[in-house]
Design a protein around this ligand. Structure first.
Ligand code: UDP
Ligand code: MG
Length: 315
């Protein structure tokens, strides 16, 4: 097997027929040694039926169905673990990432790169809010993280077997796959592309999911937020000293101290800081707890196309 294509799909029944059609075109030169792995991330629409149909029509298509919705990054991981290719191409199901870029990525890899990631030169059909938050997120992440994570990239990329194996060797539960590839090292290069609008359906990343994704990335690749508490304690010390001077000074000079207003201000200021640092701490402790449980990331419930990954007796 030379080329594996991996696509996580959550409620994408409308996109799948077109996706498979365009992918079958794009893998043209390598079609006889390629596989297209579609992962159904516990969809509640007809995604699985669409995958079964696709696997009957296109011989390269394999479908994997997860037992429940586990999120984009875990669904992608499930597909990556099933991939058998020497080179692995991953993209979103909604065709925001054009499969037609594959030959360009392949020829870049021929020149000795292990990771060729797509860099979004432009984003079509996305809200101003999404573009702005994404823009800020990648910059903020790079300030905090010790690993240089390429800006404005997604998981849309072609990777070599050895870099994939490196990532699959990382057992963490909070997965930020694009960062894990960056961390793994090897030679990487970006290829600019225009990110299209979705062909069908709606985004599966509402604001809440975006926020969780961002905190996963931040906590997964930096411990700097934990050190913020130390820095804030200096701020609090400074303000306290300043206020003490003011209070004692006015006691000495005017025989009167300022009243409750400044006290209220100080109390709310410092309890705010305390809650913030406690919250940051909580993010890390919660993740420690989840990691320590060592639960499997996902379970497969169904499979279509070759070969079989399911244990005996499961249907
Ligand atoms: N996705 C998934 N599980 C989820 C959410 C999303 O497998 O819980 C898939 C989705 O089907 C798509 C990809 O992840 O193929 C990216 O999601 P989406 O296009 O909704 O994100 P956006 O492009 O809006 O950031
Ligand atoms: Mg999308």
């Amino acid at each position: 097997m030379y080329l594996s294509v991996v696509v996580p799909c959550f409620n994408e029944d409308e996109s799948i027929p077109l996706l498979v059609e365009r992918l079958a075109q794009a893998i043209g030169p390598w079609a006889d040694k390629a596989e297209i792995i579609l992962v159904d991330d516990g969809s509640d629409d007809d995604t699985w039926a669409a995958m079964e149909t696709a696997s009957q029509q296109v011989p390269q298509v394999r479908g994997l169905r997860l037992s429940a919705n586990r999120g984009h990054q875990v669904a992608l991981t499930a597909g990556l673990e099933a991939a058998r290719g020497e080179r692995i191409f991953m993209l979103d199901a909604d065709l925001q990432d054009p499969p037609e870029i594959l030959p360009d990525m392949m020829s870049m890899m021929d020149r000795g790169y292990d990771v060729v990631y797509g860099r979004r030169a432009e984003r079509k059909g996305e809200t101003l809010f999404k573009k702005l938050t994404a823009h800020l997120f990648y910059r903020f992440l790079n300030v905090l993280s010790d690993v240089a994570i390429p800006k404005d990239t997604g998981d849309f990329r072609l990777v070599s077997r050895r870099s994939l194996d490196a990532v699959l060797n990382m057992p963490e539960r909070s997965r930020f796959i694009r960062g894990m590839f960056a961390w793994a090292g090897y030679r990487q290069i970006g290829l600019e592309y225009v990110r299209d609008a979705r062909v069908a359906g709606v985004t599966k990343y509402p604001f809440r999911a975006m926020l969780r994704f961002a905190t996963d990335a931040l906590t997964g690749f930096s411990t700097k937020p934990l050190k913020i508490a130390t820095r804030l304690s200096f701020v609090s010390l400074f303000v306290t000293v300043f206020m003490a001077i003011y209070v004692f000074g006015s006691l000495l000079l005017y025989n009167t101290a300022p009243g409750w207003a400044s006290m209220l201000l100080a109390i709310s200021f410092f309890s705010g800081i305390q809650l913030l640092t406690l919250g940051i701490l909580g993010e890390y402790v919660g993740r420690l707890y989840m990691e320590s449980k060592q639960r499997p990331l996902y379970f497969l419930s169904q499979e279509t196309g070759e070969p079989t990954l399911l244990p005996q007796g499961v249907d």
